[in-house]
Design a binder for this molecule. Structure first.
Ligand code: GDP
Ligand code: IMO
Ligand code: MG
Length: 450
């Protein structure tokens, strides 16, 4: 028998990768927490490894706001490099727009932005295909409620091995490849038109095409490189990198409520594949959650607050409107059953809680379990529409009085009670709550169990 006692650990002096992922249905406040983690000064770069411009990560400082869709949330730190990995589907129009927006805000990020030559290009017809697929699905009443950013069709083309890669733009066959793909896309759109009555807006397609080619020209001046090689070099130099997740684990293509999910894997396991780095480079896994739950798009949401007036109170006081689409987010009680599922899948060991300044009702509920036909279930269900009820615990709310508090000593006792309640509910898991968000500004948080 072969005895192998040698563990695959990084060599001495090697840098590490920490990961941050959303633990719910997205919009947990990941952008703000990435910015917060980067201020520790231990990371030389921040990397997106999946998703695309469906993400909307908000950064607020003073009276300024930036919402990143493709650009990683490290733009406020001039010394931090920004990486877009091979696992990302890149919307070049959004990318160019964000670069310009940042320039207007005083950040020239071009010299520190690196994009993998293996990242996938979202074509100008992908958003139209996304809409056509949604229109087709809506006939059966199964609309996913996508962000219309062409995410599904881009990943589908990538898996079908006909997609365009970022690096392709510098090859002489790019024009031909693009033409072939667009021809196929137009045929598919025509099929949706003929068979399912999807309306094609020729004028909009023309506009999108012109904008897309303009953006392709612009991005030729970017650092498009073998990012996996670059990151491995950085790790070898002892530098550390933060991997920035988009969406939330409940939207993971394999472990979410399929098909009401996005088209990528959100789990930290995908960091290695989405950046091209070895598993043993990963150190801490941070998870972000809100003190309650929100969700945008289709599919069931068992923890949704049943009373529309109370849901609306959370929506309004929490400004729960999508950073990418502006759609109102559905609001639910904190869902501990889903949260424990997400922690189990991801191995999160450190948690950020946001929106602890928002609790517009005296009494709240916390979902502790799901029921199917009156029976409390142990395993997370394959389909959320199987769930016939939820088990909740009714506890006191923590009020709206903690806005902007950054010192744990100044936190209201009601909020401390809620945080202790949560700690107790998660005490059998290897997690600690590191910081708690009390407002949208980068300074609005306090440390708990650092
Ligand atoms: P992300 O997609 O996870 O980065 O989150 P989004 O940016 O889509 O949504 C989070 C929203 O909540 C943004 O408007 C943030 O400015 C805001 N936010 C983040 N943390 C807090 C917090 O602790 N309290 C409040 N009131 N707002 C927060
Ligand atoms: P961030 O990174 C919240 C949701 C959409 C839809 C489903 C599929 O800001 O947390 P897609 O366009 O990906 O095909 O849509 O996923 N969704 C998000 N919800 N936050 C996001 O990103 C999301 N990205 C996608 O609403 O239900
Ligand atoms: Mg968002």
């Amino acid at each position: 028998m072969i005895k192998n006692t040698q563990k695959a650990t990084p060599k001495d002096g090697q840098g590490f990768i920490d990961v941050l992922v959303g633990l719910q249905w997205g919009d947990e406040g990941k952008g703000k927490n990435i910015d917060e983690l980067l201020s520790s000064g231990i990371y030389s770069g921040v990397a997106r490894f999946q998703g695309g411009a469906n993400a909307g990560h908000t950064l607020k400082w003073g009276d300024k706001t930036f919402i990143g869709h493709i650009i990683p949330s490290g733009c406020l730190h001039p010394e931090v490099e920004l990486y877009v990995g091979n696992g990302v589907v890149v919307d070049v129009i959004s990318l160019v727009k964000e670069i310009k927006e940042l320039k207007n805000l005083g950040f020239d990020i071009l010299p520190r932005l690196y994009i993998s030559n293996r990242a996938k290009l979202v074509s100008y017809l992908h958003p139209f295909l996304d809409q056509a697929e949604e229109s087709y699905r809506s006939k059966g009443g199964n609309k996913i409620g996508t962000t219309s950013r062409g995410i599904g069709p881009s990943y589908a083309d990538s898996r079908a091995r006909r997609g365009l890669l970022m690096g392709d733009i510098n090859f002489s066959d790019f024009e031909q490849k693009e033409k072939n793909l667009s021809e196929l896309h137009m045929n598919i759109l025509d099929m949706y038109k003929e068979k399912y009555g999807f309306e094609i807006d020729e004028e909009k397609i023309k506009e999108a095409k012109a904008k897309w080619f303009e953006a392709i020209n612009e991005i030729k001046k970017l650092n498009i490189c073998d990012l996996s090689f670059l990151i491995q070099q950085k790790l070898n130099e002892g530098k550390n990198i933060l991997a920035e997740g988009a969406q939330g684990i409940m939207l993971d293509i394999d472990f979410g409520d399929y098909p009401n999910v996005t088209s990528s894997n959100i789990l930290p396991a995908n960091v290695c594949l989405g950046l091209g780095i070895p598993n043993n480079a990963i150190r801490d896994i941070y998870g972000v959650m809100k003190a309650y739950t929100t969700k945008v798009g289709g599919g069931d949401f068992p923890a949704r607050i049943k009373d529309p007036e109370i849901e609306n109170l959370f929506q309004v006081s929490g400004s729960e409107y999508g950073a990418t689409t502006g759609r109102p987010r559905m609001c639910g009680w904190l869902d501990l059953f889903a949260l424990r599922y997400a922690i189990g899948l991801s191995g999160v060991n450190k948690i950020f809680i946001n929106k602890a300044d928002i609790c517009p009702t005296d009494k709240i509920e916390v979902v502790t379990g799901y029921e199917i036909d009156g029976k409390v279930i142990e395993e997370f269900p394959l389909r959320l529409n199987q769930v016939t009820g939820v088990k909740t615990e009714k506890i006191l709310g923590w009020g709206n009085s903690n806005y902007g508090v950054s010192d744990v000593k100044k936190v209201s006792s009601a909020l401390i009670d809620y945080l202790n309640y949560l700690k107790n509910k998660l005490s059998d898991l290897n997690v600690k709550i590191v910081t708690v968000g009390t407002g949208p500004d980068r300074t609005h948080f306090f440390e708990l169990d650092k």
